[in-house]
Design a protein around this ligand. Structure first.
Ligand SMILES: Cc1cc2nc3c(=O)[nH]c(=O)nc-3n(C[C@H](O)[C@H](O)[C@H](O)COP(=O)(O)OP(=O)(O)OC[C@H]3O[C@@H](n4cnc5c(N)ncnc54)[C@H](O)[C@@H]3O)c2cc1C
Ligand SMILES: *[C@@H]1O[C@H](CO)[C@@H](O)[C@H](O)[C@H]1NC(C)=O
Ligand SMILES: *[C@@H]1O[C@H](CO)[C@@H](O)[C@H](O)[C@H]1NC(C)=O
Ligand SMILES: *[C@@H]1O[C@H](CO)[C@@H](O)[C@H](O)[C@H]1NC(C)=O
Ligand SMILES: *[C@@H]1O[C@H](CO)[C@@H](O)[C@H](O)[C@H]1NC(C)=O
Ligand SMILES: *[C@@H]1O[C@H](CO)[C@@H](O)[C@H](O)[C@H]1NC(C)=O
Ligand SMILES: *[C@@H]1O[C@H](CO)[C@@H](O)[C@H](O)[C@H]1NC(C)=O
Ligand SMILES: *[C@@H]1O[C@H](CO)[C@@H](O)[C@H](O)[C@H]1NC(C)=O
Length: 468
């Protein structure tokens, strides 16, 4: 009886060092076993397209780095799948890369073998996914010439957010009104279909469509796209091997200390402190510089000790939900691509979201992929239920009992944008001004556009500042 309180006390005593790290944010290296203190020149957060590029190039420039990624592997929006029986690989996330020098240089540094991107020939069917009924007369030729003629008026959009002042009102028109104004009806469905992951496109600001379906995209679809062999995941296999133990997978930053804003950031070295939750416990990162590549939503960046300026900027973002998946036993014909369409020509046959955009056979016979977008939050179960119902309708059946979800990937949050008011108030200029403040640099699609090659270029331009 008398031993109970003593036992309890000793239990608490035994736990106290752990509690000290768990309960409050402990930035003092002395409170960590030395093996749990990671000292580097640069800490990089997020191991998708831009974070991995940054980490590899900084290492190549002689800097020590650590890369923190929340998932169990690097790659971000890249989803590759290898058929266990035939060894054939397919990509059902990021498809291809614009063949420009920055892409070629990066792939060469990683010793990747590349080839021309060659999409699989498919037979296309248009159907209203809400009813399964075929839709006739959809205008689609993948001839973007009239759209491109409008886009060409704003060449600076490819590599920047430097908008003329005042901002041309065309750029802030809803894209539906822009289509009418410039008579782009023949190309509207193709722009919608290509801009997968964007919100309901006719309501979206024209500038956001221009940022997505940009010169890099138009050049890529006209034959200037490359892919690594055997699949896009190979980029990350090579990068993981190169970075070795400097990658922390399944890890997130739970608290951060960054130096106060100063104009002479290069002299303030060593001021970044990050507490990182890893599969082997909490670790402390001490770094001179920080490169953040994760979607900069408030919910995602809260642990980073945000300044009032950063908080205000990041409170403006709106994002979409976007999912990709692989399916077997669909009962759909071989070589088919089913494209969702609305019978109404009032919307150029463009259907409303949330919905699947397409259900398409991959190069692996019998394996289909589906891409699903939504301007509002949807759960994985809701998406799967909707996709199952759509497939049943396309089959003219009542159920899809045998349907199998082989893979299901979330690309949410996707396509971070701000509204016309914020753009008019100089949002993107203010965003650019935080680069380098507090020894922190920011990269990723939200800061530029959703093209990996353009983002490599954007990240490359930050490196001299980070290297200092
Ligand atoms: C289905 C699909 C197809 C696409 N096809 C193409 C294409 O063919 N060509 C092309 O150029 N672009 C394509 N894109 C666009 C693509 O978004 C960009 O090319 C690029 O991947 C964006 O890079 P990023 O570094 O901003 O984001 P990501 O690649 O998403 O990297 C962000 C990383 O940060 C990690 N992360 C997020 N939060 C945290 C956190 N709190 N802590 C730690 N890590 C975190 C994520 O897991 C992820 O690995 C496609 C996108 C999708 C979704
Ligand atoms: C990279 O971007 C800059 C603009 O920031 C541009 O001038 C340059 O041509 C780009 N380089 C490549 C290889 O695309
Ligand atoms: C690429 O190959 C060279 C020569 O074999 C090697 O030194 C280098 O480490 C490799 N780089 C990567 C990223 O694997
Ligand atoms: C990529 O571009 C380079 C330079 O223009 C060219 O030499 C190469 O053949 C292109 N690659 C492919 C696969 O088309
Ligand atoms: C694309 O459309 C334009 C008209 O918008 C036309 O002049 C051109 O010939 C078309 N190109 C092809 C390859 O069909
Ligand atoms: C940093 O300081 C400058 C003035 O020196 C100020 O204009 C800017 O808003 C500050 N940035 C942040 C992120 O606090
Ligand atoms: C199809 O278009 C009609 C007319 O514009 C609209 O009322 C309806 O909501 C649309 N449905 C879908 C699923 O897009
Ligand atoms: C389903 O039925 C429609 C006619 O109602 C037909 O046009 C369509 O091809 C059928 N779909 C399949 C997959 O058999």
């Amino acid at each position: 009886m008398k031993t109970a309180p003593i036992l309890l006390l000793s239990l608490y005593a035994g736990l106290s060092p752990v509690l000290a790290v768990n309960v409050r944010d402990d930035f003092d290296a002395q409170n960590y076993p030395s093996g749990d203190v990671i000292t580097r020149d640069v800490a990089v957060i997020g191991g998708g397209a831009t974070g991995t590029y940054g980490a590899v190039k900084l290492r190549d420039a002689g800097k020590s780095v650590v890369l923190v990624e929340k998932e169990g592997l690097l790659g971000g929006h890249v989803n590759s799948y290898t058929d266990p029986s035939t060894g054939v690989s397919i990509d059902y996330g990021v498809q291809a890369f614009w063949n420009i020098s920055v892409t070629r240089d990066y792939f060469a540094l990683l010793n990747l073998t590349t080839g021309l991107y060659q999409p699989t020939p498919l037979t296309r069917f248009y159907a209203d996914f809400q009813t399964g009924a075929p839709v006739e007369g959809v205008r689609s030729s993948f001839n973007f010439s009239a759209y491109a003629a409008q886009l060409e008026k704003y060449p600076q959009l490819l590599y920047s957010w430097d908008l003329p002042s005042p901002i041309p009102e065309d750029l802030l028109l809803p894209f539906g009104a822009f289509i009418q104004k410039y008579n782009l009806g023949d190309e509207a469905f193709d722009v919608y279909f290509s801009a997968q992951g964007v919100s309901n496109i006719l309501d979206e600001l024209t500038v956001h469509v221009f940022k997505f379906i940009d010169e890099s995209f138009l050049s890529s679809v006209s034959g200037n796209a490359i892919v690594p062999t055997p699949n896009n995941a190979e980029i990350y296999a090579k990068a993981s091997a190169y970075l070795g133990d400097d990658v922390l997978l399944s890890s997130t930053v739970v608290a951060a200390k960054r130096p106060a804003n100063s104009s002479s950031s290069s002299s303030s070295g060593g001021g970044i402190r990050l507490i990182v939750q890893t599969p082997t416990g909490k670790k402390l990162i001490k770094a001179s510089k920080l490169l953040i590549s994760i979607p900069p939503l408030l919910s995602n960046t809260a642990p980073f000790d945000l300044s009032p300026t950063e908080q205000t900027l990041f409170s403006h973002w709106r994002s979409t939900d976007y999912y990709t998946m692989l399916l077997r036993n669909t009962g759909l014909p071989a070589g088919a691509q089913f494209a969702n369409a609305n019978a109404s020509t009032a919307t150029y046959n463009i259907p409303l979201l949330p919905a699947a955009y397409q259900i398409t056979e991959t190069r692996i016979p019998g394996l289909f992929y589906a891409w699903y977008g939504s301007p509002v939050r949807v759960t994985e179960d809701e998406v799967k239920e909707d996709v199952s119902s759509v497939i049943a309708r396309l089959q003219n059946a009542t159920t899809t009992a045998a349907l199998e979800f082989v893979e299901f990937r979330s690309h949410t949050p996707f396509k971070l944008v701000v509204d016309a008011g914020a753009i008019g108030d100089g949002f993107y200029g203010e965003l650019e001004a935080i680069q380098g403040q507090r020894d922190t640099w920011w990269t990723g699609a939200a800061f530029m556009s959703h093209d990996a090659s353009v983002l490599y270029n954007f990240t490359q331009a930050l490196l001299p500042g980070i290297i200092g």
